[in-house]
Design a binder for this molecule. Structure first.
Ligand code: FE
Length: 199
């Protein structure tokens, strides 16, 4: 079973009100609670063999939605820091972004455009082990569009709850605030761990 992580150190982050962040933490805790509830129920059903096919299938389907909602929020809050942590010179993540997108600017433009897409979901910079490249990916809600076998490195929430309290419908302003709050040391660490590409 999973425990909700504490991200209160993010309170006070520039561009994010405490009200917005506290509500967002509460929403995240709901995903952890539901993930545990579904897992427990599925375990019980497995023991009792009483599940109707519909109940079993629905729990299995919804588990992916709740679980990804939980994990994506952990990765999202985990790659933020008040004021942001800048990209260190010559870090692997910079080299990999330039190799994959041509330049940091070209990557940033596409990442922001991914986050600005209509709909609710996530923009993710992900690492494909197979081709050794990075890609920006749109995840619809929490569960549609994940690229199997890739490792998510940088995650941006673009559900309306992530910005409406502070920015109304100005999603681009929120995206700007998020870009300034990225902890690049975490993103780099995630890549190094995933690709085993030591400096
Ligand atoms: Fe969210």
């Amino acid at each position: 079973m999973y425990s909700a992580k504490n991200f209160e150190h993010l309170l006070g982050t520039e561009g994010f009100s405490d009200t917005l962040l506290k509500n967002h933490f509460t929403l995240y805790e709901g995903y952890v609670k539901n993930t545990n509830m579904f897992l427990e129920r599925l375990q019980t059903l497995a023991k009792e063999e009483k599940a109707t096919p519909g109940e079993f299938a629905e729990l299995k389907r919804r588990l992916g939605w709740e679980w990804n909602g939980m994990r994506l929020h952990e990765l999202y809050f985990g790659n933020m820091e008040n004021g942001g942590i800048e990209l260190g010179k010559g870090e692997q993540i910079e080299e990999k972004i330039i190799a994959s997108f041509g330049s940091m600017e070209a990557w940033e433009k596409e990442f922001k455009a991914t986050g600005a897409m209509r709909g609710i979901g996530w923009a993710i910079l992900t690492y494909d082990h197979e081709a050794d490249i990075l890609m920006n990916v749109w995840i619809n809600e929490h569960d549609v569009g994940h690229l199997a076998g890739t490792t998510p490195l940088l995650i941006m929430d673009v559900f309306e709850h992530a910005f409406m309290t502070d920015y109304g419908i100005k999603r681009a302003d929120y995206i700007e605030a998020f870009m300034n709050a990225i902890d690049w040391s975490v993103v780099n660490e995630r890549l190094v761990k995933a690709c085993d590409c030591k400096a």
